[in-house]
Ligand binder design. Sequence first.
Ligand SMILES: Nc1ncnc2c1ncn2[C@@H]1O[C@H](COP(=O)(O)OP(=O)(O)O)[C@@H](O)[C@H]1O
Ligand SMILES: [Mg+2]
Length: 267
Amino acid sequence: MADVCAHGLSIAYEGVDRRVDALDGLALSVADGEPVAIIGPSGCGKSTLLLAIAGLVAPDSGELLVGGTPVTGPRLHTALILQDFGLLPWKTVAHNAGLGLEIRHVAAAERSARVAEALDRVGLAEFANAYPAELSGGMRQRLALARALALDAHLLLMDEPLSALDALTREDLQGLLLDIWRQRGHTSILVTHSIEEAIFLGRRVVVLTPRPGRVAAIVENPEMGDPGFRDTPAFYERCAELRRLLAAEGALESVQSEAPHGEASAS
Ligand SMILES: Nc1ncnc2c1ncn2[C@@H]1O[C@H](COP(=O)(O)OP(=O)(O)O)[C@@H](O)[C@H]1O
Ligand SMILES: [Mg+2]
C-alpha cells in the first residue's frame, strides 16, 4: 500500500536573516495506485512537497502519511526521480540501476537479476556496461527510471523528470511512463510545469497556489490512460481548463502580459 495523505502540512526554510514558508497547511490525498500530476507557479513548494513525501525533508507541522504510516525518513519502496538524473558518472549503467538495491543491502545475485529486468523494461539492456556519459539525455532518464523499477517502487515520485529533454524524446518517455504505470499500477506523483504532460499522465491534476503552496484546485481527468487520449477533443479541452486555472493562480502572468494592448485575454 502506498496511499499518500497530507493534512495541514506546513514546511518553512529558515535562512540566516529570513524565513521562507514553502508549504502552508497543504491537504492532499492520493489513493493507492493512483497517478497524480502536480502543477503550480514556480517556487510554490512543489519540490518541497515531493521531498517531504520521500522522507528527505521533515514537516514543521501537520500530518504526512504513506501507506497509513507517518513518514519519518526514506522508505524501502519509495523512489524519487529528479530532472538531473541523479546518476554516478563513474559507475556503469547496470551499477547505477542497482544503486537503490545496493543501499538497501539486497544480495548481489538478486540485484543483478532485478537490474537486468529493469534495464530490459526501459530498453537499455545492451547498454548495461556503458557509462552515463555515453548515454543521451533520454537514455539517462530511462536509466533513472530503471533504478526505480529495480527497487520495485510502490510509490514513484518524479520532480520535473522530463523537463531537460527535447520535445520528441519527452513525448517518447511520457509514453514509457504511462506504459509502465499501466503495467505495474504503482502510485505515481509527477511534478511538471507542462500542462499537456500533466493531462497526459495525471488522472487527477493538482493545482497549487503561489508560495506558500496549498491546493488551489483539482482537475478530474478520468480519460487519462485511454488509448489515443492525446488526440481527442477532450484532451485539448482538459488542457484549456487547466490553463485557465493556472492563469487564475498567476502562474501564467508572463504569458498573459504578452497579449497586445486592447485585446481581451483568452480566458
Ligand atoms: N533548501 C532551501 N533553503 C531555503 N529556501 C529554500 C530551500 N529549498 C527551497 N526553498 C524556497 O522554498 C520555496 C519553495 O521551493 P520549491 O519547493 O523548490 O518550489 P518549486 O519546486 O515549486 O519551484 C522557494 O521560495 C524556494 O526559494
Ligand atoms: Mg521544483
